[in-house]
Design a protein around this ligand. Structure first.
Ligand code: P6P
Length: 335
């Protein structure tokens, strides 16, 4: 069978030995995620038809109005992950605190934690623009046999054992890494199977896309303003093209395939940035680095930041290595 026709299940089994921990454990985790993604995908594609559009009437910890699909996706991923006897805890953008999972024998013997943004870009749901799921997986650091602790979740991104995203777009793709490159799988909805469609994803050598919400320009730090003007200048390989969907997963997925940089900087509205370190920036940074790119907060590597709290926000610069480094140069010079 050619590599490109490999199903996700076959790929995971074929690459288990590259996962340094127990062979079956990663498979169980990724099986749970891909199953949940299929269920969410079905709902996302039907959102316009059933009474699932619009706000669920509640707010999440971010103070964002929860869309019904947000709540639905959160429930599906949490229920699916809990039932796989592999996790001792889950943290989600939609939940104020982390969830402790005792395990079937109530012995807290499970070894992994997952942090998830179940439906990122949800403000796009009602206008039929692509949304995504982002997940980050760690080995617990607390003693096996004891309840999961906050320190199990507050690990730097460089300790992730796997990370990935699902993009619910013109097709549904699951993209993940275990530290041995990035591979993309496209769902064939007719049979409910994901097939390897984008093996060994890498940023192209050159990138000419910059993705930032320029509506916030006046609130940006000077270094970001200077970098945006650099992108727009008619010099060398510029001006770049501006592309911003307002859905992190879609913007970064496109930039990996086409070459580009995504920036969500600090601003007067978001003093430390808008994106969350643990379940948005770290997993996307792991993917970006494994695809030959770079991810920083404008000054330091995202995956080296020591988290202080579950829903911590950070400025986020992510894309082709040389593009991120150019933006960092402007940030440094503007200090
Ligand atoms: P803004 C979605 O809410 C999100 O977290 C990312 O998916 C997206 O890139 C960003 O926020 C959009 O934020 O302020 O530009 O609408």
């Amino acid at each position: 069978m050619s590599q490109h026709n490999q199903s996700l299940g076959e790929f995971i089994i074929g690459n288990q030995d590259s996962f340094e921990y127990s062979t079956g454990e990663l498979s169980k985790l990724l099986h749970a995620i891909r199953r949940a993604a299929k269920v969410v995908n079905h709902k996302v594609n039907k959102a316009g038809l059933s009474d699932i559009l619009g706000a669920a009437g509640e707010e999440n910890i971010q103070g964002e109005e929860q869309q019904k699909l947000d709540v639905y996706a959160n429930d599906i991923f949490i229920d699916t992950l809990i039932n796989r006897e592999i996790l001792c805890g889950i943290a989600s953008e939609e939940n104020d605190d982390y969830i402790t999972i005792k395990g079937q024998k109530n012995d807290h013997k499970n070894k992994y934690v997952v942090l998830i943004d179940p439906l990122d870009g949800s403000s796009n749901i009602d206008v039929n623009v692509s949304v995504g799921t982002i997940f980050s997986i760690y080995r617990r650091v607390s003693e096996i046999g004891t309840p999961v602790t906050e320190e199990d979740f507050l690990q730097p991104g460089n300790k992730q054992v796997a990370a990935g995203y699902v993009v619910y777009g013109t097709s549904t793709m699951l993209v993940y890494t275990t530290g041995h490159g990035v591979n993309g799988f496209t769902l064939n909805p007719a049979i409910g199977t994901y097939y390897l469609s984008h093996p060994n994803m890498k940023f192209p050598e050159k990138g000419n896309i910059y993705s930032v919400n320029e509506g916030n320009y006046v609130h940006f730090p000077q270094g970001v303003k200077d970098y945006i003007k650099y992108c727009q200048a008619e010099e060398e390989d510029r001006p770049y093209t501006s592309r911003y969907i307002g859905s992190l997963v879609s913007d970064i997925h496109r930039n990996i395939l086409k070459g580009g940089i995504y920036i969500y900087p600090q601003s007067s509205k978001y003093k430390t940035g808008k994106l969350r370190l643990l379940y948005e920036c770290n997993p996307m940074a792991f993917i970006a680095e494994q695809a030959g790119g770079k991810a920083s907060d404008g000054f330091q590597r995202i995956m080296d930041i020591n988290p202080k709290e579950l829903h911590q926000r950070v400025p986020f610069f992510c894309g082709n290595k040389y593009m991120v480094e150019k933006a960092e140069e402007f940030m440094k010079n503007a200090k």
